[in-house]
Design a protein around this ligand. Structure first.
Ligand SMILES: Cc1ncc(COP(=O)(O)O)c(C=O)c1O
Length: 393
């Protein structure tokens, strides 16, 4: 809390306070009561990083040339690996020098990209509900938020025809993320083409946050914005090793796309950080180069958890749809309830089951809760049983 803090800047004071802090306190209360905690509130994968990544990191720590500062040129091997990955996956041609930038996670990349390509007072079109750190980064950059409502009746895709003409004219940036957090919705290549045309017509830069590219189920493959015609002129896509390779704690990802935006991002980052530790970059290269079957195998673990959870929820009368991607299940609150924050805090306190309240992702998230599929199927079934008892009482 920095509201009444003597030393906090106006900028810091304007940043939204996370609801997850209150959830955390409720979890501690449940722990004190001796309840088993099943924490499905945070999307942090419980699977291990790929063995090849761990081995690459282990070996790197013993090489003293990895111990110093890492200048931009030192990130070249990872930039090359990322460009190669994109070419193999989507057929596009990225210049590792001009079109790729190593990030300390896509969250870091998003916040710094806003500082790099906008000025205070610029308008940003951002999804509501959306990943909470977007709103902090938007406040940090001093931007004016124009929400893009993600409504269930539109498959949680924004309806661009409803963006007021004056807002579209003023907007400088749009951010989207599909497969989506929190709604687990997916977008088609045709939808991305529509978005690109809209951005071209209104001179808007498009940031596509793409950490769930590999968290896909069945035959579904997530299209890339960057692979669409015209995207390289107006877009950057943010990639992460946190979800694809279960390396959230390693803090590594990359940005790819428009060369001017990448150069501006490089400029801003050079005043702020010295790039990620080279050993972690080598771990990322090993992960990127692992056989695709390995990445798919891990995604199938989440797919079977999705099946178990959605079936259990429907069996107790909580109507919930099967998502095609992401590591989340997003569903309306049980019938008769309308306050997601009250529901999830009381649930955590009384049962030890922690879910993310929809409202924590923006006003349009109210009325929903998000389950992160970060525990084994038996724990998900136990969670549903305990939720049912709590809700029944
Ligand atoms: C949409 C979205 N963007 C970014 C992130 C953060 O990714 P990273 O660990 O690469 O910073 C997350 C993490 O949950 C996310 O859901």
């Amino acid at each position: 809390m920095v509201k009444n803090n003597r030393w906090a800047s106006l900028r810091a004071k304007k940043m939204p306070v996370s609801m997850f802090n209150t959830m955390d306190a409720a979890k501690v209360e449940a722990q004190r009561k001796g309840l088993e905690i099943i924490d499905l509130s945070v999307g942090s994968s419980d699977l291990p990083a790929p063995p090849a990544a761990m081995e690459a990191l282990r070996a790197a720590t013993y090489r003293s040339e990895t111990h110093g500062y890492c200048l931009h040129s030192g990130t070249q091997p990872l930039r090359q690996a990322a460009a190669g990955w994109f070419e193999e996956r989507y057929g596009g041609n990225l210049d590792p020098e001009r079109n790729v930038m190593v990030l300390i996670g896509s969250q870091e990349g998003f916040a710094h990209l806003l500082l790099a390509i906008t000025d205070p007072g610029d308008v940003i079109l951002a999804p509501d509900p959306g990943y909470p750190s977007y709103f902090g980064a938007i406040a940090l950059a001093g931007l004016e938020l124009a929400p893009l409502p993600l409504l269930e009746e539109n498959g949680f895709l924004p309806d661009l025809s409803t963006v007021p003409v004056d807002v579209a004219r003023k907007a400088r940036v749009m951010v989207l993320a599909y497969p989506n957090n929190p709604t687990a919705a997916v977008a088609s290549a045709a939808f991305f083409q529509e978005v690109i045309t809209f951005c071209q017509n209104h001179d808007i830069f498009l940031i596509h946050d793409f950490p769930y590219v590999d968290m896909v189920y069945g035959d579904y493959q997530a299209p890339s914005v960057l692979a669409q015609p015209g995207a390289m002129d107006i877009a950057v896509e943010l990639y992460s090793c946190s979800k694809s390779y279960h390396m959230g704690g390693f803090r590594i990802g990359w940005a790819a796309g428009n060369a001017d935006a990448i150069a501006a991002l490089n400029q801003v980052k050079s005043a702020i950080d010295f790039n990620q530790y080279p050993g972690i970059q080598q771990a990322a290269i090993a992960a990127i180069n692992q056989p695709r079957a390995e990445t798919r195998r891990a995604a199938r673990v989440f797919e079977s958890r999705r099946d178990v959870l959605v079936m259990a929820l429907n069996q107790v009368g909580w109507e919930t749809r099967l998502p095609q991607a992401s590591m989340y299940v997003w569903t309306r609150l049980p019938v008769g309830l309308d306050d997601s924050f009250e529901f999830t805090v009381n649930l955590a306190r009384e049962t030890g089951i922690c879910l993310a309240p929809g409202r924590g992702f923006g006003p349009r998230g109210e009325g929903f809760v998000r389950f992160a599929l970060v525990r084994e199927p038996e724990a998900l079934e136990r969670a549903v049983e305990r939720i049912q008892r709590f809700w029944g009482s």
